[in-house]
Design a protein around this ligand. Structure first.
Ligand SMILES: Nc1ncnc2c1ncn2[C@@H]1O[C@H](COP(=O)(O)OP(=O)(O)OP(=O)(O)O)[C@@H](O)[C@H]1O
Length: 246
């Protein structure tokens, strides 16, 4: 596996001529990287571009060394990554097992392997006993775990987790944090909850005003806080977005 699992070079994207990303560069290697940004900063847009679900207006995305803009390499590159979207709208009548199996197949796993991959992924997220429950009958926390199971089923080099803990109660959040911590490989997660970031992140990046404005550790972010701040990471984050530079 190359050191940089994800490389974004010169990424720009606008919606109806409103720029959201403008010439953004980012390298991601193994470990857990937390992506922070205020509502509307462009985190989901960045995830969708990195996952090949949205083509940027400009720039190049490379996954494990392969460019996903190039049609020839695209299919191969996309097998190296998985996205856990912010909200999962899987068909309610499909069971957890059917969903994970289908997504594994979609991501290029051999048909004969998909059943075992789904079994292992559901076991990993603690949903083995709910494998035959239709998605619509699962709780919110269980649905998030199905979304995580589909993402990990094919053991991708890169996992993009868009707000994995949103909407979870404290017990479910605890379970999710433990699961994410145990994933290994390269993980990029977005979160609004600083506690998640403190508990999980090896590296923190802040997206603000179309670019990455901070790149460092949680301790580096806390060091940006005014002396004596009680919630240093939050204060550091606010300092970054107020000054707008790294
Ligand atoms: N399909 C779209 N069409 C038009 N505008 C969009 C579209 N998707 C996102 N936007 C706009 O682009 C900006 C960035 O949105 P995005 O969802 O990427 O931000 P975010 O950082 O993930 O926000 P949040 O933290 O609220 O989830 C927002 O102003 C949003 O309204």
């Amino acid at each position: 596996m190359p050191e940089n699992v994800l490389t974004l070079s010169g990424i720009s994207h606008s919606y109806r001529r409103r720029p959201v990303l403008a010439g953004l560069d980012l390298d991601v290697g193994p470990g857990i990287t937390a992506l922070l940004g205020v509502n509307g900063a462009g985190k989901s847009t960045l995830f969708r571009i990195a996952a090949g679900a949205l083509r940027p207006d400009q720039g190049e995305v490379r996954i494990s060394g392969s460019a996903i803009n190039s049609r020839r390499e695209r299919g191969r590159a996309l097998r190296h990554l998985a996205l856990m979207p912010q909200s999962s709208s899987f068909p309610g009548n499909l069971t957890a097992r059917e969903i994970v199996r289908y997504v594994a197949w979609m991501r290029g796993a051999k048909s004969r392997d998909c059943r075992d991959l789904a079994e292992a992924a559901l076991h990993r997220v603690g949903l083995a006993e709910e494998a035959d429950t239709p998605f619509r009958r699962l709780s919110g926390g269980m649905r998030r775990r199905v979304a995580l199971a589909q993402a990990v089923s094919t053991s991708p080099d890169l996992l993009l987790l868009d707000e994995p803990c949103t909407g979870l109660d404290p017990a479910q959040r605890h379970t999710m944090v433990d699961l994410v911590r145990g994933l290994g490989g390269a993980v990029v997660l977005s979160s609004h909850v600083m506690e998640d970031v403190r508990d999980l992140a090896d590296r923190v990046i802040v997206l603000h005003d179309r670019l990455i404005r901070f790149d460092g550790s949680v301790a580096d972010l806390e060091a940006r806080a005014p002396r004596g701040s009680s919630r240093a990471a939050e204060a550091g984050f606010l300092g970054v977005i107020q000054t707008g530079s790294s």
